[in-house]
Design a binder for this molecule. Structure first.
Ligand SMILES: Cc1cc2nc3c(=O)[nH]c(=O)nc-3n(C[C@H](O)[C@H](O)[C@H](O)COP(=O)(O)O)c2cc1C
Length: 343
């Protein structure tokens, strides 16, 4: 109510990234104040013990997580915990700090309850973010999402070393690490979703040589055949679970006029427009894996019904981002009560 009627109209007057910075500023203040955390918790929490689950040896008090990209620098985990999230994924972090792509780089498509972003992996860099997170004591699992530094001069073996650096840093604090191989917003426009590139990357990361669960995050644009190949490689290398999905480079299922989309330009599409496609990728993943590995379902979750359809497709845990922009932080509680009412 507070968000829909008061905050959202104010935030939607601002540019999408400015509105996000405003939200991060307040969340970060809450992160640093026990009093504000208690206040937020009183309004938003309401954990139902029946929603608690165990995956990869970690206890998730509920299955609703914060998706990567919202808190790239790890400045809000305690605030998100107070909001009632069951886990949070910080990042993507990269080995070197990066200011990302030129602004404007985040856009709302209100007609489609969707977003387009080409942030370009802006973050303070693995060293700074990991040191910050070392000082944060959380009761919920902390995921760290790693990507390659957005710098075209880093390629080939150097690109792999760049990932290895962030991976080893992340292992110092993470309860689980997500390897983001599907960011569409890098200068080179290339991702590690090429099977040979993924194979080389996972050989270097050696996920089976440590106890921290390591997950791989796929794009919503991955077709079934490619997905099968990629999963085969991941399974060989000891990947513990999957995040499905990242944003789309395509412009499908949209009401927004083509002229507006052209003006916006490149970027990853998220929100309602990718809801069904992301559910389809989860269904394929579940089939390929025969239900043997946990899947975090993400893409267009904006209600308890949308959350439920991801679970029915095979997701064990969930994450939200765009839904928060359109529905506000109340969405977390709304999903949890919807899931809690299931027979
Ligand atoms: C502004 C923005 C920035 C994002 N940054 C990242 C990122 O750094 N790393 C990542 O793995 N995913 C990133 N994502 C993708 C989200 O984690 C999520 O996979 C995607 O948005 C689909 O979920 P949604 O429809 O609930 O937003 C970003 C999404 C948005 C909207």
């Amino acid at each position: 109510m507070l968000y829909q009627h008061i905050l959202k109209p104010l935030l939607f007057k601002k540019d999408a990234e400015e509105a996000h910075e405003f939200a991060i500023k307040w969340a970060s203040r809450t992160n640093n104040s026990l009093l504000l955390q208690k206040l937020v918790q009183t309004f938003f929490d309401g954990n139902n013990p029946e929603l608690a689950q165990e995956f990869f040896g970690l206890t998730f008090p509920n299955p609703v997580g914060l998706a990567a990209g919202f808190d790239k620098n790890g400045v809000t985990p305690k605030a998100m915990q107070a909001l009632g999230f069951g886990f949070i994924e910080v990042g993507s972090i990269t080995a070197k700090a990066s200011s990302g792509n030129p602004k404007p780089r985040a856009f709302r498509l209100p007609q489609d309850r969707s977003l387009i972003n080409r942030m370009g992996l802006n973050n303070e860099g693995a060293d700074v973010v990991i040191e910050r997170l070392k000082k944060t004591n959380l009761k919920i699992p902390l995921g760290i999402n790693i990507a390659k530094t957005n710098d075209m001069s880093i390629h080939g073996d150097a690109a792999i070393e760049d990932y290895v650096y962030s991976y080893n840093k992340a292992l110092e604090v993470a309860d689980y690490v997500t390897v983001n191989i599907s960011c569409p917003n890098t200068g080179e426009g290339k991702t590690f979703e090429d099977p040979d590139a993924l194979n080389a990357l996972l050989i270097a990361l050696k996920p089976s040589e440590n106890d921290t669960p390591t997950l791989v995050k796929f794009s919503v644009d991955t077709d079934k055949k490619t997905l099968q190949k990629l999963v085969e490689i991941c399974e060989e290398k000891g990947i513990d679970g999957y995040v499905a999905t990242n944003t789309s480079s395509k412009r499908e299922n949209l009401q927004t006029p083509t002229s507006v989309l052209k003006e916006i330009g490149n970027g990853g599409l998220s929100g309602s427009a990718i809801k069904n496609k992301s559910t389809q990728v989860i269904t394929w993943l579940f089939e390929v894996l025969e239900g043997n590995k946990p899947i975090i379902g993400v893409g267009g979750i904006d209600s308890a019904e949308a959350a439920l359809s991801k679970i029915e497709a095979g997701a064990n845990l969930l994450q939200v981002y765009s839904g928060l922009v359109y529905k506000g932080p109340e969405l977390v509680k709304q999903i949890k009560s919807g899931l809690g009412n299931q027979p």
